[in-house]
Write a protein that binds this ligand. Structure first.
Ligand code: PLP
Length: 363
């Protein structure tokens, strides 16, 4: 280590408490190939014409000015899309950032946050980064959320917050919305229902129950069905009193004119969203059926835009897929998913390339 690096490390050690220094950076170990099926993104970019229109609108904005603290038009349009009132909505640069702010809001040394395992990794990292204690409830034997187990864990530990993804990532499994509303009714604290993949499930949203449950927060994102992962926009919806502290804690002015115009443009294209979702669901079912016919591959039915599957030698299969330019996600670090990989549904051509490569890779 150079002497400056040593000095910097010493300053960091004095300035940052041990638990902060122990945090792991978010990282992807996947080595990317041409066919990128590892991050549950939409395979469809916006039409070029629409991108040009958005850019024209962004060019017409003053870039030297801070954006509005709360963009009333954007809130009105996003709220109308989700069928909530504008005051029940918080919009942020990716739902990740809002998850982090929520975890900070409930943080205390003895605060308990409950989440399923395996589930979306950010629940754990946001909780640990906030200093609260994470309590993980294993999924049921069918890899679906163990709602009864989560209720008991939340009640017995007076959990300040419960994270529940439906459909769940990385399993693609889902439980009925009514079961989750029972969790909301029984939990002593806040419950964040993460509906990042809801559009692909055909399930009703829990948003309709917001007025009945003041402790319910629903997460939605523009990164998946809307195909805007690169734009970074997501939202939390809940009671204004519950959202206000999250809003106060996060950094102001986080979203500039680019995000605003992208979101308003996509909301004016409901047909594009409907067609994309229909197409991905159709492809998912086709891919699942084909995977089931490959000896040595056990895919799990999915309600999301990805499929979890088991193979005998997952490391070898991962490497062989990568050699053919196909990137999937290795999720085998979870004990419960020891020999599993996860593949995002891509374009029909990408899915074909994946299916052919998989058939070869498991031989
Ligand atoms: C379950 C779940 N929730 C939330 C997100 C975060 O999405 P974003 O930060 O892009 O809005 C993801 C991303 O993969 C996810 O899988």
């Amino acid at each position: 280590m150079s002497s400056e690096a040593g000095d910097a490390a010493a300053y960091a050690a004095r300035a940052y408490p041990a638990w902060v220094r122990a945090q792991k950076a978010y990282g992807l170990s996947d080595q990317e190939g041409q066919v990128k099926l590892n991050q549950n993104e939409s395979p469809f970019d916006l039409p070029l014409e629409l991108k040009r229109e958005i850019l024209e609108q962004v060019l017409a904005e003053p870039w030297n000015r801070y954006p509005a603290l709360r963009d009333a038009e954007l809130h009105a349009e996003v709220a109308a899309h989700f069928g909530v009132r504008a005051e029940q909505l918080l919009i942020g640069p990716g739902s990740n950032s809002l998850l982090g702010a929520l975890a900070q809001c409930v943080a205390q040394p003895d605060a308990v946050v409950v989440a399923a395992r395996p589930s979306f990794g950010l629940y754990g990292s946001a909780t640990r980064a906030s200093g609260s204690r994470l309590l993980e409830v294993p999924l049921g034997p069918d890899l679906r959320l163990d709602v009864a187990g989560m209720i008991s864990a939340a009640r017995e530990n007076r959990a300040a917050l419960v994270f529940a993804a439906n459909p769940n990532n990385p399993t693609g499994t889902a439980v009925p919305t009514a079961a989750l509303l029972e969790l909301v009714a029984e939990a002593p604290g806040l419950v964040l229902l993460d509906e990042a993949y809801l559009e692909f499930s055909g399930l009703p949203s829990a948003l309709g129950a917001l007025d009945r449950h003041p402790n319910l927060i629903v997460l939605r994102t523009f990164s998946k069905a809307f195909g805007l992962a690169g734009v970074r926009c997501g939202c939390l919806m809940g009671h204004p009193e519950v959202l206000a502290p999250i809003d106060r804690l996060r950094a102001p002015f986080a979203m500039g004119p680019f995000v605003r115009h992208c979101i308003r443009a996509i909301l004016r294209q409901p047909d594009l969203l409907r067609r994309t979702v229909e197409h991905i669901i159709q492809e998912r079912e086709r891919v699942l059926a084909r995977m089931s016919c490959i000896p040595g591959v056990v895919p799990r039915p999915s309600m999301a835009n990805f499929v979890l599957f088991e193979v005998l030698e997952h490391e070898k299969v991962y490497r062989r897929l990568h050699r053919r330019g196909i990137t999937v996600r290795d999720v085998s670090s979870y004990d419960e998913l020891k020999s599993s990989l996860r593949v995002t549904i891509g374009t029909p051509e990408e899915n074909e390339a994946f299916l052919n490569a998989l058939a070869e890779a498991v031989k």
